[in-house]
Design a protein around this ligand. Sequence first.
Ligand code: PLP
Length: 408
Amino acid sequence: MRPTGPVLLLTPGPTPIHPRALAAMQWPMRGHMDPEVFAYNDGIVRDLRSLYGAEPDAFAALLAGTGSLGMEAGLANLLQPGERLLVASNGVFGDRMASMGRRLGAEVRVVTAEPGAPIDPQDLRRATEAFDPKVVALVHGETSTGVLNPMTELAAVVRAHGALLSVDAVTTVGMMPFAMEELGVDYAYTGSQKCLSAPPGLAPVAVGRRAMEAIDARTEPVTTWYADLPSMRAYWDPDGARAYHHTIPVQLHWATGEAIRAALEEGIEVREARVRRLGAAVLAALGPEGFRPYVAEPHRLPTVLALLPPAGLDEARIRRALREAHAISVTGGLGPTAGRIWRLGLMGENARYGHYLRLMRALAQLLDAPALPDRFAEVARGTVVDAAEAEAAEAEIEQETVRRAVAS
Ligand code: PLP
């Protein structure tokens, strides 16, 4: 059965696909060894270095898998069995790293923080000194709780110790500045479906010089054949042999390449301002209805707004009604926050005024809160959108309402 029609994804990934990425998926198919594909990939490498703020000669690539492959590839390449991995975990994705490290045969220790709280750099410093890890892995923005970890301070701790640093940038890179070289991050990754708003299926990664040297110095082959970065380098490196490693998903490369371009052309600072202003307007609108932020500033992740619903609200019922009656998808909690919070995605193409105005109108009905859309529009006008953009968004919502009425 085909899907019934468009659903507005206000989830913390996947996000609505950027129109430029969607159009690129219709580009003609090419073989993975085609010269035009190599030329296109070279452009992606240049763009990824700039997206990550990586060294000019950093290795960058799209791995053919989701964000979790990006996570696993880093650990599998940087660690040999028996070596030490310190994970800073304050949610589901930090825990995933620790689980992967154990499966790879590393000796793993975890430094934690309460759900909703950031990792304390002093805790990380103490754990690093006591455990003396080869690699420290941390999550920049923890999607399960909406916490932004203090990357600059945490990276400084790891740098001072000399360990290699792997950073999960899944909810941040592409929407917020990421200074890999400056901070001394050795390996970073994301998923194509998050802040870039391409379809899921690729993990854009960047590997710094120090990390590559450590990988090249391994005495044993990388534990997983598929994620062996030195073998992939021969395919990706313009000065390399252009040797086949695996059949890359060409259409996803076109789409993700265009999504990265679109992000860089919009400007990362502009995108960060867009998401912060929109998030503030959403909070200002929902606050009087009893929604409260789950995370205190300055540790609130701008791209995943975690909200505690009003006491007594059957939050799961409202989310079901949003999906069924309004074709809007909103996510609940995950792991420690399951059943407790809503997580509103403000990444890439879901951070748009018109999308959130649609949510406010739907919630106005479901929560019997008629003032909600106007309150949101009032705050957003002048900060998020100008009058013409607001009008265009309204017209688009009218068209969508008509389309849905005709379809039903
Ligand atoms: N890391 C973080 C912070 C995430 O939010 C996610 C997915 O939500 C992942 C890793 C895993 O990505 P994927 O689901 O694309 O494998």
